[in-house]
Design a protein around this ligand. Structure first.
Ligand SMILES: [Zn+2]
Length: 108
């Protein structure tokens, strides 16, 4: 039987994504200090996945003007650079790579 992720249980572990990243970075540092080839691909993969959960501000731009003011109508994922329309494609996570997007500094 397939087991689904219980996010409430994960939250109950009382560790934030940032703390988990810091913990894994420490383990990675410890391992690589042992020898040149001592590294764990599972740690690398986990770090990559966790870092995408930390919201990043997208690049926003436009090439038109309305009433003399620039109109911003496009954005790019800050992780993979994939581009989207600002109106209607303002996703919480980049559909291309899964990077979490922080909109608070863009939408004011
Ligand atoms: Zn992306």
């Amino acid at each position: 039987m397939k087991e689904y992720v219980n996010t409430e249980k994960l939250v109950a572990m009382e560790i934030t994504v940032e703390e988990a990243i810091a913990e894994l970075e420490k383990r990675k540092e410890f391992l690589t200090a042992q020898c040149d080839d001592c590294w764990d691909p599972a740690i690398e993969l986990a770090l990559q996945a966790l870092k995408k959960q930390v919201p990043m501000t997208p690049d926003v731009w436009g090439d038109g003007y309305a009433d003399g003011q620039p109109v911003y109508d496009s954005w790019a994922c800050p992780y993979c650079g994939w581009t989207y329309e600002l109106d209607g494609e303002d996703y919480e996570y980049c559909p291309h790579c899964g990077q979490r997007i922080r909109w608070t500094e863009v939408k004011q």
